[in-house]
Design a protein around this ligand. Structure first.
Ligand code: 1JT
Length: 257
């Protein structure tokens, strides 16, 4: 069954083979989607160019640092020229300074707080605005990535927890404002995954161990499992779903004591 035949999806956030966005790319390719990807800067360009060589069809690639309005404008202008319209958009982008992920939350700096919000939450708004413009009359779908630390305190997640809470609320407000145009907006709350940016954060491997011990499925989730759920939300199978946060977490979030 191919869920995405004839659909165009733009994916923000592929950096390397461990990126969640790469798992989403692979699942969407499996389901027949035509893809467009960004790379954050020239340094990232090479690694993304190399990764996409594995795919059966080369996706459209262009630079886009989401903190640069000019680059966002140029990216979507190029996208429109290449595809005309699009059907889906994936936001798989987050950032926090290493020193803010750990230590005492009450020591959070304004700069660290603002940076995490700008890149991890606010950036969804301009991407959704530009994306929705290319989805007119197409029943479009937008998906972003969250984490359990948005709603419960996860030691050390700190400023990212507040940014993800903001992202989930942004998802609901965008769902309400874009719904009348037929555009759906949902978040996936993924279990912890060994990505390049997560590895080496103190406490992270303990969180992976806790999932293996306590989650109903007794294992961690993979990038591809998140990709399959993203494909569902982007597809017509989810045509009645908007504003939601869907958990892809081996069931961890349902467990109490
Ligand atoms: C970022 C990073 C966002 C790691 C992230 C993230 N969302 C989930 N993780 C994994 C994670 C989870 C916990 C944690 C640390 C990392 C890395 C920097 C960019 C944004 O606890 C300390 C619970």
């Amino acid at each position: 069954m191919r869920l995405m035949d004839g659909k165009v999806v733009v994916i923000f956030g592929v950096a390397n083979k461990r990126s969640i966005a790469w798992g989403i790319t692979q699942a969407l390719v499996e389901h027949g989607a035509r893809l467009a990807l960004n790379y954050q800067n020239e340094r990232m360009r090479e690694s993304v160019e190399k990764l996409v060589e594995e795919l059966p069809e080369r996706p459209w690639l262009a630079p886009c640092d989401v903190t640069d309005e000019g680059q966002v404008d140029a990216f979507f202008a190029g996208l429109e020229q290449e595809f005309g319209q699009i059907d889906g958009l994936v936001h798989s982008i987050a950032f926090a300074k290493r020193e803010e992920l750990g230590g005492s939350f009450h020591d959070t700096s304004w700069d660290g707080f603002a940076l995490a919000q700008q890149i991890s939450a606010w950036s969804l708004i301009p991407l959704a605005r530009h994306g929705a413009k290319l989805m007119e009359g197409r029943d479009g779908s937008i998906v972003c990535l969250s984490y359990y630390g948005a709603e419960k305190v996860v030691e050390g997640y700190n400023v990212m927890g507040v940014a993800k809470a903001s992202l989930e609320a942004t998802t609901r407000y965008l769902a309400a404002s874009l719904g009348p145009s037929g555009v759906r907006v949902n978040a996936l709350s993924a279990g912890p995954i060994k990505t390049v940016s997560a590895m080496g954060i103190s406490g992270f491997s303990g969180i992976l161990d806790a999932i293996e011990k306590r989650a109903p499925l007794r294992r961690n989730v993979t990038q591809l499992e998140v990709g399959k759920a993203a494909t569902f939300l982007l597809s017509d199978l989810a045509s009645g779903i908007t504003g939601q946060t869907l958990y892809v977490d081996s069931g961890y979030s349902i467990v109490g004591v």
